[in-house]
Write a protein that binds this ligand. Sequence first.
Ligand code: NAI
Length: 400
Amino acid sequence: VLIKLLICGGGNGAHVLTGLASSRHNVKVNVLSLFADEAERWRKTLGDNHFVVNFREKDGSSQIITSRPNMITNDPSKAVPGCNLIIFTVPAFAHEGYFRAIAPYLEPNTVIVGLPSQPGFQFQCCDLLGIGGRTSAIVSFESLPWACRIGTFGREVQVLGPKDTLACAIIMRGCRPLFPILKTIQYVIGKEPKLTMAANYLSINLLADAVVHPPMMYGTWKDWDGKPVAEKPLFYQGLNEFSANLLDKVSSELVQTAQVIHQKYPDMDMKDVIHLFDWYKLNYKESIKDMSNLRLAMKTCTAYDGLVHPMKETPDKMFVPDFTYRYMTEDIPFGMVVFRGIAELAGVPTPAMDETITWGQKILGKEVLVNGKLTGKDMNLTRAPQRFHFHSLFDLVNLR
Ligand code: NAI
């Protein structure tokens, strides 16, 4: 079968995916970017040239991959019809616009992929794709396959390294795709990372990396006096006792949520959802110098050396925290609030998440949590299941 692939997005990840997919036989690639004049700029910058992916393999060698997509446009009526595989590679705040744009043109049995999906992708997908998307399968990936950055916009992108493995969950919803889903996505991205299947979509949601950022922002800045500071504080190496305790508690709330889901619905295998400290023991064994507790493990993980807080520079060369960065603007509405929503449906109390959200919503000038309930006026800016008409654990586990 000819894979007719639609890529939604136009940033680093979308550049890499466009270049890799367009180089494969039997894959026709349309790119849809709805952001400002991005599609037009990309089309004009590329002109008649080849698009280049500079791919650094794990062994340090580099591969140059050249190709051209079939189409780059901001017009869904041109890009979507006929596509049987649609991959979102764009930050979560932009997903809604793409769902709305593609919905009228979807064909039956389309496979929709979040690469990455980020928490709540599946709920939003079911809600916004309407009748056209009734038989769309939903594939959610836990992260992006590569660390990557654009070299020259529209022309060249660098893959700094692929991950080893990358997990996804698939919800079929009666979809009868023309191709094997996981094998086809693996073919499109190439041999690394090795794609694997998580036990179910709820564990992909509860596992997201979004979990660490908001508690660390809160723990660092909760008592900030508003005065600029002389240096950008280290993000992980500077982790304080309060934040580490809070992370430990938030992580326990997630594990408890997973356990309750499994108790009530024994078919739901939730063993992938593990405590953050155990996650570090598994994933960063070789990079961590002191594994005596969660705080020291995160502080001494060499993979994080030198990473600093997101900061804005003031006119006199001092720094203030940048609360518009994705650690807050994405990881609260498309992370912590989704976790909180799932925990609420499972009946698990979440004092640590609530404390984080209560601070975060004030900083962001939004209202989601009111008197311990997710009923604030800005819930429609989040991806909690409650916003999309999922009102019980039964509703959640029946999404398959
Ligand atoms: P990016 O930062 O390159 O995304 C920018 C793109 O988002 C823009 O090119 C545009 O297409 C879209 N966009 C920006 N502002 C918009 C707006 N106001 N309205 C609509 N669209 C807008 O994102 P990147 O690097 O491709 O990452 C995609 C996802 O993968 C993100 O969730 C990121 O956190 C995650 N990720 C990225 C990694 C990387 O190395 N780049 C590594 C691991 C995860």
